[in-house]
Design a protein around this ligand. Structure first.
Ligand code: TRP
Length: 370
């Protein structure tokens, strides 16, 4: 199939809050690199506001407010609207139709086994309160997102792997049932294990707004410093500088694993050539936590300060940001409508695309009379 030959990226985020360092190393940074690699024919980013509503039905205002935050985070982190199409999910009607057809290709038993959905259900208390059907089925809508763009590659955080797996199953089932129509996508996750799963500053499994353990891309330098100095624990057995220390499970080192490179050492901590040397010293004893934290702050600032400066520029011109979103969404409407037409043709429910069916019905009726 012709769409198979192109290399197409689709990825997205729920606009439920500003993006943080976990989003950045888990996916956003990679998207910018892929965008600038010149290796892809199309790059699309979807602001998944409909998906965000599946667990925020009572608070659409929150989603509305955060669309702008997420777009600003993209633009300031280096997403270039000349190379990447940024669009809004709810304005793409083809996605709703595709979701409805794909629902028939998955069982409720299969949906119940999705580990990410299970974990989210628990977190949101849906197990006791009752589970919204929309939330339960959002992996199907995500399959619609991915296939509507003919995506071959989906760069995401590790927690999204079950969604890509579900999408691949739907694609295979669709193509088996209706003929080769949809493109089979692949997930792409960061190679660095610390980037795949960046813990919160308090060491808890994930950065989450409600836990207050995030560093946001839009945080100012003072807040970043406060989060590192005030919330990051190190090694509780490393009481005096001379004591030997542990680097595993030590949040400061986990962040260094995720963020620092050898250039950072040349620039800010030339006593060591690289992180391994620094870790060795910490383990032997003689390297203080204050020095480690100060280095980490410098490393983080090297990522964050250019993002912050870009954000300030875009914030001063929201009209332009709106136009970027409008143009990206218009382009995405075309693209996804094209896929929906292809899907309807494959399913032979394209009744109104031409009048061919009139002849078919006539034949049918004639045969019935014979
Ligand atoms: N589920 C993703 C998240 O929670 C957001 C998302 C929606 C997405 N549609 C997508 C990601 C399509 C990749 C591709 O972050």
């Amino acid at each position: 199939m012709e769409a198979n030959q192109k290399k197409i990226i689709l990825t997205g985020d729920r606009p439920t809050g500003r993006l943080h360092l976990g989003h950045y190393v888990g996916s956003l940074k990679r998207r910018v690199e892929l965008q600038n690699s010149g290796e892809f024919d199309e790059i699309n980013i979807l602001i998944a506001d409909d998906q965000a509503l599946t667990d925020n039905a009572d608070n659409p205002g929150k989603i509305r407010d955060n669309i702008i935050n997420v777009v600003l985070d993209y633009l300031s982190a280096g997403i270039d609207p000349a190379k990447t199409t940024i669009c809004v999910q709810s304005a793409l009607p083809a996605l709703h139709a595709l979701t409805f057809y794909y629902m028939n290709l998955v069982t409720t038993a299969r949906l119940s086994r999705n580990p990410t959905v299970k974990a989210e259900m628990q977190l949101r208390g849906f197990e006791d309160e009752g589970l919204p059907a929309g939330f339960f089925t959002y992996p199907v809508s995500q399959a619609a997102d991915i296939t509507a763009f003919d995506a071959t590659v989906v760069p995401v955080g590790e927690d999204q792997l079950p969604m890509i797996e579900q999408t691949r199953e739907i694609v295979e089932k669709f193509n088996r049932t209706y003929g080769e129509t949809l493109v089979l996508p692949k997930a792409m996750i960061p190679e660095n294990e610390f980037q795949r799963r960046l813990p919160g500053v308090d060491g808890k499994a994930k950065m989450s707004k409600s836990l207050g353990n995030c560093i946001y891309l839009s945080d100012n330098a003072k807040t970043v410093k406060k989060q590192v100095n005030g919330k990051m624990f190190t090694d509780p057995t490393h009481l005096r500088i001379e004591d030997p220390g542990h680097t595993e499970g030590n949040v400061v080192f986990t962040y260094l694993d995720a963020f620092c490179n050898d250039d950072h050492f040349r620039e800010y901590l030339p006593e060591y050539a690289n992180l391994e040397e620094m870790k060795d010293h910490y383990r032997r004893g003689g390297l203080g936590d204050g020095t480690c934290k100060k280095f980490l702050i410098n490393v983080l600032e090297e990522t964050l300060s250019p993002i912050r400066a870009e954000r300030a520029k875009w914030e001063a011109d929201i009209d332009t940001v709106y136009d970027i979103l409008l143009a990206g969404t218009a382009k995405a409407v075309e693209k996804t409508n094209g896929t929906l037409a292809r899907v309807r043709r494959a399913m032979r429910i394209d009744y109104f695309d031409d009048r061919r069916i009139v002849r078919e019905w006539e034949e049918l009726l004639k045969k019935a009379q014979q």
